[in-house]
Design a protein around this ligand. Structure first.
Ligand SMILES: [Zn+2]
Length: 238
């Protein structure tokens, strides 16, 4: 759906100092995507004088189509990233096996460049050579910037983006399960506006903006999207 969904597979690296563990940020973006996308869809179809049943049908389809699309995108992206990391790890292991002296010299140079004294780096590198597993782990972290014990899972990424999008997309849809058409439109607008503002306020956690400002901005963006589809829906429906 949008590019930012594939840009935060490494939340752990970016989230030092927070206890959100890295999952909160992509989850909030996923919820926001589902919310904006389905609020615009539902209100656009409703503006075209569609029956409550048709609006519900369109909204459920929009929820599922969007959630599957997000999950598929996330799956492909995380899988490709994981495979490239695994390839790099295999290459590094092969290097260490075939050229242990060159690899040790390289590591010594990196550690000295980082400011560690020579006797310490010599000792550390010698100790690591006694422990092949720890050695590969260390090379992966220091040389490749990869944490081999914490590679992202495509299944987890796909499932969580599916659920996040579906959660956001369900908000504008809920009133259509019960209410009459007029009331459902109003409830749908009200719930979506409330959710947009809340999601925006949550996003302020990652941007350092004021929550009220961030919430208002998100509300404005969602309203613009829904405004466009409402005008087009009313025009086509008339
Ligand atoms: Zn190496």
């Amino acid at each position: 759906m949008s590019d930012h969904d594939h840009s935060h597979e490494h939340p752990a690296a970016a989230e030092h100092g927070t206890n959100s563990g890295g999952w909160l940020r992509p989850a909030v973006f996923g919820v926001s995507d589902g919310l904006v996308s389905n609020a615009a869809l539902v209100l656009g179809v409703a503006a075209g004088q569609a029956s409550g049943h048709i609006v519900l049908l369109a909204g459920v389809s929009g929820l599922l189509a969007g959630a599957f699309s997000m999950a598929a995108g996330e799956w492909v992206s995380v899988l490709a990233e994981r495979e490239s990391f695994e390839l790099e790890l295999r290459r590094e292991a092969e290097h260490i096996r075939r050229y242990p002296d060159e690899e040790s010299a390289h590591m010594r140079r990196i550690l000295r460049d980082a400011g560690l004294p020579a006797d310490l780096t010599d000792h550390l590198v010698a100790e690591l050579r006694e422990r092949p597993e720890a050695n590969l782990d260390f090379h992966a972290r220091v040389e490749l910037g990869i944490d081999p014990t914490n590679l992202s899972s495509p299944a987890v990424a796909a499932t969580s983006s599916f659920l996040a999008f579906a959660l956001g997309a369900a908000v504008p849809l809920l009133p259509w399960l019960q209410a009459s058409t007029d009331l459902a439109v109003e409830l749908s607008i009200g719930l979506s506006a409330l959710a947009l503002f809340s999601v925006g306020a949550l996003l302020a956690r990652f941007t350092g903006r004021h929550p009220a400002w961030s919430g208002a901005r998100q509300l404005l963006i969602g309203s613009a999207a829904a405004g466009v589809t409402t005008v087009i829906g009313a025009w086509i429906g008339a």
